[in-house]
Structure formats: structure tokens, C-alpha cells
Design a protein around this ligand. Structure first.
Ligand SMILES: [Zn+2]
Length: 286
């Protein structure tokens, strides 16, 4: 799932490549992906792309006249920039991976795609960003938050730090993958309770958040356009590395599974060497 660093890179690429170009046509292939009906997609035609930015994990493409195309890529969504499209005929609504296509006046453009059968990608055409429900309730940006803001936000919600850090209304931009990486870098258990974290632990967590996200943004921006086509990540130390050695201490990276997600951590670095209880596993054993 694209998080802050990947969405930042996509926005950066659009700023370089699409800003200044005029839209020929915006096509909706997955009707259910477009969550707004006013203004109509035809309203975008003829307008120039004036900016591309990010709000948490939302991508925001701004057109002339203050019209925004805001997209949440969900778990399996991505943006593919095309130097040219194979055909000029409009997309037919159907079951393919393309949800939205934006054709620009130089023949290039981009597709918003979603793999798999679970269609969760959400696109909004709005003149007011506050009209996008997910954007309206976003907390401060995880990469931009200073230490006092970060501390205040984390302490505003009592719960397991993994859950609080990924709650978009607390801080925006961090999801399942980068929260595993941030907690590993901060040497904190994902199950540590936020209101028991000391000032020193919160300062470490804040520094780890900036470091991990900052490095990932840099790596993502460093990818050439041709490589900007999948959310395959490099440089991760624990996330999606169950069973592999921790690059910091050599211990085996472990996993805790939930109904539809999992987290990875290093016992030596994060939990005093003690493996966390995996409820799914203990149920099976019992
Ligand atoms: Zn380790």
C-alpha cells in the first residue's frame, strides 16, 4: 500500500512531467472509484495541470480554476505515467485494472490503476479539499510535525503505539509498512501503550519517524520514471521480512498476524528479546 514516501514521489513526478500540460480528457473506467458527481469529469477537459501534492496518503492533482482530483490509492492502487496511449478511443467501463485515465495535450498522461478484486481506490473531483472526508480529518503530516506537535498528537490517543501511529487523524501519512520500520528504528514494541511512553522515548520515536520517512522519500524520488511503476520498496529492515535476519542485530524478524494484516518486528531490538504473542498462532496451537 502506497504510504507517504511513495505518494510524495508520485506527486513529485507529476510536478515535473504533467504541470503546465492541458487535459484533453479525464476518463472514468471504474464508475465506483469516483466518489463525487459534481463537478462532472467532463469539467476537467481543457484545464491545465497547475500542481501536484500530497495530503497524508492522498494524492492531489490541481487543475486550473481550483479543481482538484484527489485520489486515495488504497491497498493495491498505483499511478502509471504513460508517454503515449495505445489508442485514442475512450476506456470502456469494465473489470480491468484501470480506474481513471487522464489524457494530456502532448499525448502523454496517467492511469490510476488498482490490482486485485477488492476495489477500494477512491477518487474525488472537488473545488474544496474539505469536501473529501478522509482529507478533512487528517492529523498533522508525520514528516512535517515538530517534536511538540508529535508528542501532543501521540499522547492525545491512548492505545498501542502501532495503532496510534497509523491512525490518520492522529498523524497523517504513516501506514502498516513504515510504522513497522519506524518502531524498529526507535527500538519500541509495537504494543507499547502511548500514554506510558516517556518524553525521551517520544523524542526517539519522533526522530525515527523523520529519519525513516525522509530516507524513504529520498529513495522514492531517486527512482527514475521508468521504475516508478510499482510500490516495491527497498531499504526496509523488518517490514515484510518475517524469518529473515534483522540487519541491525541479526535476530530473526518475527510477525504478529491479524485478520487482514500483519506486523513485523525484531525481538532483540524492540521487545527485550521476548516474542510477542501471536493470537492467530496460539489459537491454532491450542
Ligand atoms: Zn534487531
Amino acid at each position: 500500500m502506497p504510504e507517504l514516501p511513495e505518494v510524495e514521489a508520485l506527486a513529485g513526478y507529476l510536478r515535473q512531467r504533467a504541470v503546465g500540460r492541458r487535459v484533453d480528457r479525464l476518463e472514468i473506467a471504474a464508475i465506483s472509484a469516483l466518489k463525487t458527481y459534481e463537478p462532472a469529469p467532463t469539467e476537467v477537459a481543457g484545464r491545465a495541470v497547475v500542481d501536484a501534492s500530497r495530503h497524508g496518503k492522498f494524492l492531489d492533482v490541481l487543475f486550473e480554476g481550483g479543481l482538484h482530483l484527489v485520489v486515495h490509492l488504497a491497498r493495491a492502487g498505483w499511478l502509471h505515467y504513460r508517454e503515449a496511449f495505445p489508442a485514442t478511443t475512450p476506456l470502456r467501463p469494465g473489470k480491468g485494472p484501470i480506474a481513471v485515465r487522464v489524457r494530456l495535450d502532448d499525448g502523454s498522461g496517467f492511469d490510476l490503476t488498482e490490482a486485485g478484486t477488492q476495489k477500494k481506490l477512491a477518487a474525488y473531483l472537488v473545488t474544496d479539499l474539505a469536501a473529501v472526508p478522509g482529507v478533512a480529518k487528517l492529523g498533522p503530516d508525520a514528516l512535517a510535525a515538530d517534536l511538540p506537535t508529535f508528542t501532543e498528537r501521540l499522547r492525545s490517543r491512548r492505545g498501542q503505539v502501532k495503532g496510534v501511529l497509523t491512525d490518520q487523524s492522529v498523524l497523517s501519512g504513516v501506514g502498516n509498512a513504515y510504522s513497522d520500520e519506524i518502531l524498529h528504528a526507535a527500538k519500541l514494541s509495537p504494543f507499547a501503550i502511548t500514554d506510558r511512553l516517556t518524553d525521551a522515548q517520544l523524542a526517539t520515536l519522533h526522530a525515527a519517524t523523520r529519519q525513516v520517512l525522509g530516507d524513504a522519500v529520498e529513495r522514492s524520488l531517486g527512482q527514475r520514471a521508468a521504475e516508478l511503476k510499482g510500490e516495491k520498496r527497498s531499504g526496509l529492515k523488518v517490514h515484510a521480512r518475517t524469518g529473515l535476519p534483522c540487519p541491525v542485530c541479526g535476530d530473526t524478524v518475527r510477525e504478529v498476524s491479524f485478520a487482514d494484516s500483519s506486523l513485523q518486528y525484531c525481538p532483540t531490538c524492540q521487545t527485550g528479546g521476548k516474542p510477542l504473542a501471536d493470537r492467530r498462532l496460539s489459537r491454532l496451537v491450542r
